[in-house]
Write a protein of this length. Structure first.
Length: 133
């Protein structure tokens, strides 16, 4: 069964963009190595009432696309423990959802594709990074 060893989120401000850096370490069983997997990232803004989904595209552009806020990457693990790193860029106005700093985290998943039965998805949540935009 695939599992997350760690999932860490950081960011930097670059002009009018917030660049999120997500680093993850995953562990796979020997039978899961060499098969295709999907890594999904869903960026969220922590809120006391209900967490908000962040999207890298404006609402007008994302209209009608139910999963426009999800980032996807495909990979094939070549060994039982791997490290993945992704950078995702958001315009600052799409991250700035309220007064003060934004508390951003990511829900991450590793989902098996074209795999034999019995492969199980791995899920995790990153730390919160505070973005001042």
């Amino acid at each position: 069964m695939a599992s997350f060893v760690s999932a860490n989120l950081n960011h930097e401000i670059s002009g009018n963009f917030v660049v999120f850096q997500l680093d993850a370490k995953l562990r796979f069983e020997p039978k899961e190595v060499g098969h295709r997997w999907l890594f999904q990232i869903e960026f969220m803004e922590q809120d006391p009432v209900k967490d908000d989904k962040l999207s890298a595209m404006p609402k007008a552009e994302a209209f009608g696309k139910a999963d426009a806020h999800i980032k996807r990457h495909y990979f094939v693990p070549s060994q039982e423990e791997i490290e993945l790193s992704f950078k995702e860029e958001f315009a600052t106005h799409l991250v700035d959802t309220e007064w003060g700093k934004e508390e951003i985290y990511a829900s991450v998943q590793a989902l098996p594709l074209e795999a034999p039965p019995g492969f199980v998805a791995a899920k995790a949540r990153t730390n919160v990074t505070k973005v001042d935009v």
